[in-house]
Structures are given as structure tokens and as C-alpha cells.
Ligand binder design. Structure first.
Ligand code: SF4
Length: 435
């Protein structure tokens, strides 16, 4: 099989993997070496599905001795197979780089014979790139669960970022759908990588030019919608991973049906992209806005409201905390106001030292007033003409998104009270995502 045939198969097989952001390293180009990780925040894909451009995103091989039911590369699937040699992969990367097609490499792999064997081949390919070609660009590599620590260590010294996909959020789901994997076989190397990254940081303090182990940190990916696991379970797991293993990112990947199996959604099921989007929004709230998973969801409300983003949904459900006076409220509470982000919250803190802020000033500071207006006061006053009620806020927020999700009777609430006997119920339904 020629190399382009291999490339076609192995790039296509890699398209289901979304953990490929290259943030986190700022190693600049060096004379006599190739590549730079800092010039343009390189990342993203090669695949035809639109996810990620600019990294060559391929599998080393799509042969796999494992049989994860949700995976197109599983042992039992009848699909064209291919494997690069280390030299082929390194040459291809360099040729693409020189033609300016790509700026880095995102390398994952099926398990060829054993995890150790696969890992050794990946190490050889990366060694050719780094040592022979002096390739200085970004490399993100997937560690193979079950590979020896020594090999993971060598891989981490060659890559900028490492990741191990947790794939499914519970041990039960793994047992059902990925019987060759276990939570331990994934979390153990994750813990090891995390430890090495921390050691590495300590080393840097002493030796500035010491080689660094995966300096861009580690990430993981979870598949959303292949199993009945709820958003709450997924988000709590992500929160735990951030805390325990200091992950840079958790990526959420809407399940794309590739196999007919009684334990999986039908092949005609559409990927739950809105659910994936809500999880990314909530993830952002965990990492940058000081929220905890249990504030956004709980045992009774296990899934995100498709009609509202998680922050708006939280705020509408906690109207007892609003409106807040923009000229006095703490930074932490500012971050909880829909329409105010980290940057605008900081700008507000700075600007209000100079004098009292008005609604007109907030726009200039980057506040999205269309959303924030329902939750704030300026100088003790609400925005002009605004009557803050839960149904009014909901109507405003939904119409801002161009959504017609409330029933007509709900929209006509204040005009025709006698036709709106179900209003309270409608509000409740919308808040719980049933409308
Ligand atoms: S180990 Fe990876 S490549 Fe192999 S079947 Fe499982 S998910 Fe697919």
C-alpha cells in the first residue's frame, strides 16, 4: 500500500478524536531548527469533518487488538487497515510542514499487538522528527493505556502535550462498551503523567534549559451520548480530573454512531452537538468562573437545559441573589452575572474606581447588556423600562437567541391573564429543560 493510501485511511480513522488543542506552549523558533509553537497558536484539524485544522492529525495505525464497541477501529469491525512505519510518519510530517500544510502533529493510534509495542513505534517516529529533522513544532501524542511507564516517560519527553482518553464516564459503561479497558488502566497513567509534569515544573526552577516532560500538559476526551451517563456524571468526573490530575482540558465529543449494537444508540441517531456545546460552556464555568458542578446540576436535574446556557440557567434559578449593584458587587459575583465575562468583570473593577458606572458605560467595557440587564442595577436602578420577573427574563433571554421555545400562551402571559393558567407550569418546564 502506498503512503497516500495509508494517509487516507489513517487520517480518516483519526477524525473522531477531538483532543487536539495546542494551547499551553510558547516555544519559539530557533535558527537551524524547524517549527515554532508560538507563532500563531497553532492547532486544529486535518480531518474532513471540520474539527481541527493545521495539525496533521493521524493515527499511527488503525489496527487494534481492542474491541471498544463505539469505535470504528475496533478489532471486530471490517474496515480497511493500515500502519505507518516510523520513518514514513516522520517524513510525511516534515514534507507537509515544509509545504506549509501543517504546523504540527497530532498523533494517536490503535493498539498494534501490545500497548508497549505501539508506544515504541510512536517513540521511534517522534525521535526521528525531533532528533534527526530537528523538528521544533508542536506535537500532541496520545498515550496508549497499559503501556509501560518507561515508554510513557520517553513519549512525554518528545511531545508537547499528552493525553489519555477516558472515553466513557463510568466504570460500568467501560465494562459494557470497552471491555479491554478499565478506569484504573486509564487513570493510573494519567496520574503518572500528572506527576511527571509537576516534577518537570520543579526542575525548571532549578535548570531553566532542562528538557521538559509534556510542557503543554495533559488532556483527555469523553464521549457524550454513547451511554446513558448524564451531564451531571460527566461534569462531576471532569471536575474531579481537573482537580486531581491538573488537566489542561477535558474535551467532550458528541457520539457519532459508527456501529449497530444493542448497547449503543441507533446508527440513525444524530450526534448530540447541542449537549456537547452545553458541556463545553459548563466546563468553562468550572475552569474560569469559580462554579462547581453541583451548582450547575444536581441529582434531580441531571442534564443541561437545551434552551439556556448553563450560566443563564443557573442565574434564572437563583433570582434571590439578583439583581446585584454593579458599583459594589464583588468580583466573584460579577463573574456569575450572565453577559459578564472574565475580561469585562476585571474592566468593571478598574473602571468603578474612577466613578459610578452607568448602563451606557457597561457596553463600552464589553458587557453583553442584552443578557446582563436582567441581573444588575446601576446606581440602584434597573435598565430603563425593564420589569424583572422570572418569566420576563426567560422570554428576553430566549428571544435574544432567536428561540421560539415557549408556548404561545406563555408569551401572552401578561396581556391575557385568563388564557395563561399554565404559566407557572410553563416556566417550570422551561427552567428544567422540558420545553
Ligand atoms: S483502543 Fe482505541 S482504537 Fe482501539 S478500539 Fe478502543 S478506542 Fe478504538
Amino acid at each position: 500500500m502506498d503512503i497516500f493510501e495509508k494517509l487516507k485511511i489513517l487520517a480518516d480513522s483519526a477524525k473522531y478524536d477531538v483532543a487536539c488543542t495546542s494551547s499551553g506552549v510558547d516555544r519559539e523558533g530557533v535558527p537551524g531548527e524547524l517549527g515554532s509553537t508560538s507563532s500563531c497558536g497553532i492547532c486544529h484539524s486535518f480531518a474532513a469533518d471540520g474539527r481541527c485544522i493545521s495539525l496533521l492529525k493521524v493515527l499511527y495505525t488503525n489496527f487494534c487488538v481492542f474491541d471498544c464497541k463505539y469505535c470504528v477501529n475496533r478489532r471486530s469491525n471490517d474496515t480497511p487497515r493500515a500502519a505507518f512505519t516510523p520513518r514514513e510518519l516522520a517524513d510525511l510530517t516534515i514534507q507537509f510542514y515544509r509545504r506549509n500544510y501543517i504546523e504540527g502533529l497530532f498523533l494517536s493510534s490503535g493498539v498494534l499487538r501490545t500497548p508497549d509495542d505501539t508506544c515504541e513505534r510512536m517513540i521511534e517516529a517522534l525521535s526521528i522528527l525531533r532528533d534527526e529533522y530537528r523538528f521544533h513544532g508542536y506535537i500532541h501524542v496520545k498515550a496508549i493505556p497499559g503501556a509501560d511507564r518507561v515508554l510513557i516517560n520517553r513519549l512525554g519527553m518528545l511531545a508537547d502535550r499528552m493525553s489519555i482518553n477516558i472515553e466513557l464516564p463510568s466504570q460500568q459503561s467501560l465494562e459494557l462498551l470497552a471491555p479491554d479497558k478499565s478506569k484504573t488502566s486509564i487513570l493510573k497513567p494519567m496520574g503518572y503523567i500528572s506527576g511527571k509534569i509537576q516534577e518537570n515544573t520543579a526542575d525548571i526552577v532549578q535548570y531553566k534549559n532542562a528538557p521538559k516532560f509534556a510542557p503543554a500538559g495533559q488532556s483527555t476526551q469523553m464521549i457524550v451520548g454513547a451511554t446513558p451517563d448524564s451531564d451531571y456524571q460527566i461534569l462531576r468526573l471532569a471536575e474531579g480530573l481537573y482537580k486531581k490530575y491538573s488537566l489542561k482540558r477535558v474535551f467532550y465529543s458528541a457520539y457519532m454512531p459508527v456501529a449497530e449494537h444493542s448497547l449503543l444508540p441507533s446508527v440513525h441517531t444524530k450526534p448530540p452537538l447541542l449537549r456537547e456545546h452545553r458541556l463545553y460552556q459548563a466546563d468553562w464555568l468550572l475552569r474560569f468562573y469559580g462554579f462547581e458542578a453541583k451548582e450547575l446540576l444536581d441529582e434531580e436535574h441531571q442534564n443541561f437545559n437545551p434552551a439556556l446556557d448553563p450560566k443563564c440557567n443557573w442565574a434564572v434559578n437563583h433570582l434571590e441573589l439578583f439583581p446585584v449593584e454593579i458599583n459594589r458587587v464583588s468580583y466573584e459575583m460579577l463573574l456569575r452575572v450572565p453577559g459578564i465575562g472574565v475580561k469585562s468583570a476585571k474592566r468593571i473593577l478598574t473602571a468603578r474606581r474612577m466613578g459610578s458606572l452607568r448602563f451606557e458605560d457597561l457596553k463600552k467595557l464589553g458587557v453583553v447588556l442584552k443578557r446582563a440587564q436582567y441581573f444588575i442595577l446601576c446606581g440602584g436602578k434597573t435598565a430603563r423600562g425593564l420589569r424583572i420577573t422570572q418569566d420576563g427574563i426567560l422570554r428576553g433571554l430566549l428571544s435574544e437567541r432567536g428561540m421560539q421555545m415557549l408556548p404561545k400562551s406563555f408569551e401572552q402571559l401578561s396581556l391575557f391573564p385568563d388564557q395563561n393558567r399554565n404559566t407557572t407550569e410553563d416556566v417550570r418546564k422551561c427552567l428544567t429543560g422540558q420545553i
